[in-house]
Design a protein around this ligand. Sequence first.
Ligand SMILES: Nc1nc2c(c(=O)[nH]1)N[C@H]1C(S)=C(S)[C@@H](COP(=O)(O)O)O[C@H]1N2
Ligand SMILES: [Mo]
Length: 324
Amino acid sequence: MLIKIKPDQIDIPTSSEITPKEVFLSRRRFMNQLAVGAVAGGALLNAGMAFAQTPAGRKLAAARNGLYVAPDKPTAFKDATAYNNFYEFGTGKSDPAQNAGTLHTSPWTVSIEGEVKRPVTMDLERLLKLAPLEERIYRLRCVEGWSMVIPWVGYSLSALIKQVEPTGNAKYIEFVTLADKRQMPGLSSNVLQWPYTEGLRMDEANHPLTLLTLGMYGEVLPNQNGAPVRIVVPWKYGFKSAKSIVKIRFLKEQPPTSWNLYAANEYGFYSNVNPNVDHPRWSQATERRIGEDGFFAKKRKTLLFNGYNEAAPLYAGMDLKKFF
Ligand SMILES: Nc1nc2c(c(=O)[nH]1)N[C@H]1C(S)=C(S)[C@@H](COP(=O)(O)O)O[C@H]1N2
Ligand SMILES: [Mo]
């Protein structure tokens, strides 16, 4: 059962209200919760249930990271889980919510390979414990011209990258989604090349904003949002944020990516949110907020880097019209 948190139950402190001390205290509170959770986890193990199992709706304790709280009102859980892009379950916006029930998220492993000194296959339990879980409220802007505001749960991907020790050759990172026809009805159509793959330059992957995401709204990810583990890169168009990841590869060369293979002139490797670079078939200057802005509402102005100016130094000296 999914336990839903209404947005009005989530209190959003403004950034001026957040002090480093509060962040520290909430982290300590989280550590205490973790200790309690470890006892409960032990009891579950004794009962013959693996802690790694993540039934839908399982709560994830996470301390709000005040550095990453979008001032916008979070999208309602019911909207963020009913209007999705997850082509492995169909191309319609309601297809993922309707069809993703067939995805088996337990057991789940992520194989980390390529240009690393310590290649490893991690199960979900290990990923959940790799670093303290944080809640971060990020805007997510789809290339189609809509956006959401989601309280994600996870930690910076850089924590995982550090553990596997990339070699000097690692210049790019690739994310590979599960591709299993028995679980994913959308794979019978070849609208995209499967498995769905995405990639980042190593400095983008190591940017603190890049979130290895294990939950949202205080619980594990719903299947339609990319359970049990996905990436969220808030300054890029949504399609860069691959869902239901089974493999992370460290590479010397820039990897091909599903949407770039689909239409290279429409979907670049970088795909930073940029109101000044139109999609060949539509403007990117404005967006609609799912659940709030109806089709006839005045559109919101899209912000360069989706408002995440911290990401701008990654592209110093690059022509963003060329590297779109
Ligand atoms: N594996 C996979 N990941 C994916 C997609 C997809 O079709 N398959 N769609 C992308 C697109 S286009 C968007 S906008 C976001 C949507 O994430 P959300 O449904 O959690 O809002 O997921 C991205 N990740
Ligand atoms: Mo998207």
